[in-house]
Design a protein around this ligand. Structure first.
Ligand code: URA
Length: 440
């Protein structure tokens, strides 16, 4: 077999066999296939696409390029969730305790933030002392004992994805549905859970900016699950408006506590209940509607909040900040961003809101950048809300006052004002399962 022929076949619109895909992926990981040939194949895939079967086989090969985590030491149904990323997206820290409080096992490996979107591991580490580097045995023991653990990705998980992603990043082949779907799902298959719930974001703050694009990505990932023996469902959810009102690590964890106390923003609370209900349904606990009720009960009776605190405590965190979020140390330099005009916010460029928080120190532009956990933005006025001139639109937090001006300029450029409130998109726009697409 020759890589040249595989590239030519895909260039001409052919369908690659498992053997051909294995030759390309395994050869590339082993260093036998050079970057330029893999780049050519990626561009051919970008231009010609892949069938669902090809995408599923590519994903399986990428997953098997490294460790396949065996979760069989954990009793019960293991459910994972993945969000395609957004601004203010702190759902994992709410949904995982909600689902665990209802009896599902969450053995979750999460990532760090990069670019304008945040990452769960950074949020977790903003609670002083919390470890995200548990050993495999500690991880399994904690999930068996408490029902949940959320840690950083460890070991050699889908190394083919790491190598291929690095090439895609510099060859203009990122925004390609089969390549995004196989990249995300290879890590999920390797992480070992039985069921996977996907939160596919759509809108200005998301990877996929349109509903149709998000549906295509969700369908590709559900199909990958089906071909590889995992139960997968996806909700397509709005990311045209930041989720909740907090953007930045400590600010977001404090908001998670608010939600679990029943005092959080409605958009975030409703979305988390829907996602938790879907996770329970995937795990076989009943219909999505019945499971939504179970999730609501776990929020109302405080059992989900207790689970969250137990999890942080078990991972070494200082739970006093969760018992009383006013104890979080926020960055000392603050600025109110005051409205210069009166009217309604008619749109927010959510990606720019994320960029403003990164400028303040809440995220990183390069992998090596340090995070200022107490930095970020508390949003007081969101899309659809009325504003009077002089009112505060948002409070900025940073440790470096020199960053405030640039962040303010970016934030203001994200906002559009008008005389009338806009029609808001529904938070959950569609559900994608093996049975098909349901639009809401
Ligand atoms: N997230 C991933 O893990 N991979 C992609 O290709 C895009 C988003």
């Amino acid at each position: 077999m020759r890589m040249f022929d595989i590239i030519a076949k895909k260039r001409d619109g052919g369908t690659l066999s498992r053997e051909e895909l294995a030759f390309a992926v395994n050869g590339f990981v082993a260093g036998e296939i050079p970057d330029y040939q893999m780049s050519a194949l990626l561009m051919a895939i970008y231009l010609r696409g892949m069938t669902h079967q090809e995408t599923a086989q590519l994903t399986d090969l990428m997953a098997r390029s490294g460790d396949m985590v065996d979760l069989s030491a954990i009793q019960g149904v293991k459910v994972d969730k993945h969000s395609t990323g957004g601004v203010g997206d702190k759902t994992t820290l709410i949904i995982a305790p909600l689902a665990a409080a209802c009896g599902v096992r969450i053995a979750k490996m999460s990532g760090r933030g990069l670019g304008h979107t945040g990452g769960t591991v950074d949020k977790i580490e903003s609670v002083p002392g919390t470890r995200t580097d548990l050993s495999r045995q500690e991880f399994f023991d904690q999930v068996n004992r408490l029902g949940l653990a959320v840690i950083g990705q460890s070991g050699n998980l889908a190394p083919a994805d790491k190598k291929i992603y690095a090439l895609r990043d510099v060859t203009a082949t990122i925004s390609c549905v089969p390549l995004i779907a196989s990249s995300i799902m290879s890590k999920k298959l390797a992480a070992g859970s039985d069921c996977i719930l996907l939160d596919v974001k759509t809108g200005t703050g998301a990877f996929m900016k349109t509903l149709e694009g998000s549906l295509e990505l969700a369908q590709a990932m559900v199909e990958i699950g089906r071909h590889n023996g995992r139960k997968v469902a996806a909700l397509i959810t709005d990311m045209d408006i930041p989720l909740g009102r907090a953007v930045g690590n400590s600010l977001e964890v404090a908001e998670c506590v608010q939600v679990l106390r029943g005092q959080g923003p409605k958009d975030l609370t409703d979305l988390c209940l829907r996602l938790a209900g879907e996770m329970l349904a995937l795990a076989g606990q009943g219909s999505p509607e019945a499971c939504l009720e179970k999730a609501r009960a776990a929020l109302r009776d405080g059992s989900a909040l207790r689970k969250m605190i137990e999890m942080f405590g078990a991972q070494g965190g200082d739970t006093s900040v969760l018992e009383d979020p006013s104890r979080f140390v926020l960055s000392p330099c603050r600025r109110e961003i005051q409205a210069r005009e009166e009217g309604f916010i008619t749109a927010m460029d959510t990606e720019k809101v994320g960029i403003a928080s990164v400028i303040l120190g809440a995220g990183r532009l390069k992998k090596e950048d340090a995070i200022d956990y107490g930095a970020g933005i508390l949003i007081h006025k969101k899309t659809g809300e009325a504003v009077r001139a002089g009112e505060s639109l948002a409070t900025f937090y940073t440790s470096d006052p020199a960053l405030l001006a640039e962040a303010e300029e970016v934030y203001r450029s994200a906002l559009t004002f008008g005389p009338k409130p806009p029609k808001l998109p529904p938070m959950v726009q569609a559900r994608v399962t093996e049975a098909g697409v349901e639009r809401f």
